[in-house]
Write a protein that binds this ligand. Sequence first.
Ligand SMILES: Cc1ncc(COP(=O)(O)O)c(C=O)c1O
Length: 387
Amino acid sequence: MTDFKELQRQYEFDVYPKRDVVLVRGEGARVWDDAGREYIDCVAGHGVANLGHCHPRVVQAVAEQAQRLLSCSGIFYNDVKARLLERLAGVTPGNLNRAFLCNSGAETIEAAIKFARFTTGKQELVCAMRGFHGRTMGALSATFTREYREPFVPIVEGFQFAPFNNFAKLAEKVGDNTAAVMLEIVQGEGGVNLGKAEFFAQVSELCREKGILLIIDEVQTGFCRTGKMFACEHFGLEPDILCLAKAMAGGLPMGAVVCSDRIEVPVGRHGSTFGGNPLACAASLAAIDAMIEERLAEAAAEKGAYLTERLKTAELPKVRDMRQLGLMIGIELKEKSQPYLVRLLEKGVLALPAGATVVRLLPPLTITHAELDTVAEALVEVLFGGD
Ligand SMILES: Cc1ncc(COP(=O)(O)O)c(C=O)c1O
């Protein structure tokens, strides 16, 4: 049998710390390795597979579209793209009604920064400490973690940081040259830190008063993950720009910057060759329809509560804190999480870190209660028992 690990080690310019497993197949909340071993997948492609792996509706839509039209430049109109844009306007909150389509989360942030600067004629953005917005230069400049930014200086100028959930400190950073405030609703990479209703209400009010744009990054929290179609709905927030990606196309690469009428950028000043290609659009339409029909938001809320309830009844000697919104779950340990992630993998459960000490679970929202029971048992054994 080919040693795929060795082959990949030889030819990949690797930027990811690797787990010792070759994944070759997925179905629902399960994935299989090249030796046929099965895992319950609480990584879900870093929060991509909200609908589970290879959802039949997405697979069918992709197969059909692949035989009709695979690529279409943004200089032409396209049937599937038009239908997806209409659907996005329908499912997003407030008066978010026009979207720029691209291919990744970081690309949505790049566009949001450009759109905010052009619309307001101002340069600065206020972001949150421990926030994460991606790895490209603009997105990196909005990302707080110093280790991600420092090796690549000079980064883009004009970014200020305030503590998450501290309105007074954030307001101090706002000035005459502030174009936008950009926040996540739950900081995913930063440790699964939940934003507070009062903080968002105050930030929203400040932005309205001062004519500052509010950009909400829902690349990770969007598309039912937190128990609502979009996490900003928990707080009645109506951003001027909403950044979406990850789960949006049922597993295919896609991003969307959904804008209110306030946002202006002239034709010809931004673009993306692959952005909104018909294959991703067809996948996204099928994915969004499946999320609505299968009531995935409600499922995420109920299953997230079910899993954390099960964990809370167990002995918790190694756990400092548990944070959860829908099926976005962070278990903060009193020590580093990496060895526990390895032990979970050995028990057939794939999980993620979020910072050094948090075990993060982002399972498909279609995960069954029986699978959640298996995850809970593995977590209890690995995290809560023994030495
Ligand atoms: C909140 C948030 N924004 C932006 C990004 C960047 O997305 P991508 O990796 O698709 O560029 C991520 C990725 O994890 C994210 O969690």
